[in-house]
Design a protein around this ligand. Structure first.
Ligand SMILES: Nc1ncnc2c1ncn2[C@@H]1O[C@H](COP(=O)(O)OP(=O)(O)OP(=O)(O)O)[C@@H](O)[C@H]1O
Ligand SMILES: [Mg+2]
Length: 226
């Protein structure tokens, strides 16, 4: 479902060209659960941004589903993103003045879903992540783990096929991390493709496949028994 062929990404910084991704070849099938690991600065977030259509590669081809999205313009990419991909970030990225419910409704507003249905779907998503009793809380009235649950609820309301999470447990303690990883495992069991970046082996151990990136290259790519 995701196929990257000879993907590279370079940045020009002053006079210098920085090759951040170098000839990445990677395919990920529907229903996989993948962890991306590697040292700081190795290109993990850059790779996630390319996969998530947040950033265009410098060269190479990206097939998502059967569509070649390498040539898509910003507007088309935004649509693909909104409907096919859910995002979860280390720092949650919730809007501080909106309640949990309103935060979860946001991707549906962009997708043009009507108010009643939005509210119903947002409530269901919050129930699913165990936050039925926190719908009217503002982000600063929630714990870190609860904020991340809101973010996960937000990531699934448009029923995306893929969830991308860049260090989703990076700001959480071990116990909370476990409950968040159980949530991703549950979604993966329901058929959602989950791709996450982590520095922690215990987090990566939830995945069925671990990809290690070093200096913009894929160093290893292992399926694992669970
Ligand atoms: N917009 C940019 N302009 C120039 N260089 C960039 C840009 N974004 C990232 N880089 C560089 O690309 C390299 C890879 O960055 P990236 O954020 O992908 O690393 P990472 O593997 O996610 O690291 P971390 O584990 O610290 O999050 C870094 O050396 C970074 O400085
Ligand atoms: Mg990063």
């Amino acid at each position: 479902m995701i196929q990257l062929t000879s993907i590279s990404k370079s940045y020009k910084v002053g006079e210098e060209i920085l090759d951040v991704l170098k000839d990445i070849n990677l395919s990920i099938n529907e229903g996989e659960f993948v962890a991306i690991m590697g040292p700081s600065g190795s290109g993990k977030s850059t790779l996630m941004n390319v996969i998530g259509c947040l950033d265009n590669p410098t060269s190479g081809t990206y097939l998502l589903g059967n569509e070649d999205i390498s040539a898509y313009k910003d507007e088309e990419l935004a649509k693909v993103r909104n409907l096919s991909i859910g995002f979860v970030f280390q720092q949650f990225q919730l809007l501080p003045r909106l309640t949990a419910l309103k935060n979860v409704e946001l991707p549906m507003i962009y997708a043009g879903v009507g108010r009643k249905e939005r509210e119903a779907r947002a409530k269901r998503a919050l129930e699913k992540v165990g936050l039925a009793n926190r719908v009217n809380h503002l982000p600063n009235e929630l714990s870190g783990g609860q904020k991340q649950r809101v973010a996960i609820a937000r990531s699934i309301v448009n029923h995306p096929k893929i969830i991308l999470a860049d260090e989703p447990t990076g700001a959480l303690d071990t116990k909370t991390s476990i409950s968040i990883m159980e949530q991703f495992t549950e979604l993966n069991k329901e058929g959602v493709t989950v791709i996450l970046v982590t520095h922690e082996q215990e987090v990566a151990d939830y995945a069925k496949r671990i990809i290690t990136v070093r200096d913009g290259l894929i160093l290893s790519d292992e399926e694992r028994g669970r």
